[in-house]
Ligand binder design. Sequence first.
Ligand code: GUN
Length: 291
Amino acid sequence: MLILDGKIASAAIKEQLKLEVEKIIEENKRSPHLAAILIGSNGASETYVASKVKNCSEIGFQSTLIRFDDDVDQSTLLNKITSLNEDINVDGILVQLPLPKHINEQKVIEAIDPGKDVDGFHPVSVGKLVQGMQTFIPATPFGIMLMLEFFNIETKGKHAVVIGRSNIVGRPMSILLSSNIKYGNCTVTVCHSHTHNLKEICLQADILVAALGKPEFVKADMVKDGAVVIDVGITRVEDITAKKGFRIKGDVSFNEVAPKTSAITPVPGGVGLMTIAGLLKNTLQAYHLKQ
Ligand code: GUN
């Protein structure tokens, strides 16, 4: 059984991106610039955004973190996005989700210039993805595709089962795996909260992507021998024995599932790190689109 180590794969991608930034700097050009907007003080969102900013600086990207309080007006947020759209020194814009309830998430996503939509959530980006056009691919599915490529996992003709249909992960993942691309060409089944016979369907999966956000949901009796298992879950579960008071759990019961698989991603240290690699690659792409 192969551990699909996100540390190794993301480090290799970051190293390559760092070299590309060095080349840009040598040509006396400005480096790529990501602007991240964080609203409120959700612990997980804080951690993710801090990690995105840190990773930018590690490879030589510029980054700007813009923070708003939980009770920020929607119009203030939209005005900020407009000014970032117009700022010629900003290549990529992301608004960390989820947003407070009084803010219309769809309006915020649609306010971002599709040319700077490094999260790939804008309907223009999603439409292009569905049509197999060049676009920004949402960072988590993009990261998973980069991981399949890095470890050269054969996907052609395989049955991929994706649990979860979110706009951030499940839906775009299903599109990518079914696309006519190198690490695609799967037959894809998308499962969700209304799926009947979930266990039976999962047992048919050659590639199982768990993206439902329920800790340790996938058990050994749901996984076929030799399957490739991709665990997208990152849930904080209270644990008073842990230093921070919580532990990160994936959607897969790793200890019982791993021995049955041919390859599996760990949590932490798997897909989460690849998500950042996907975002960084999108930011460089946005930069090049503007040059
Ligand atoms: N919240 C959870 N995942 C993501 C992501 O990939 N991008 C943004 N902006 N918010 C998220």
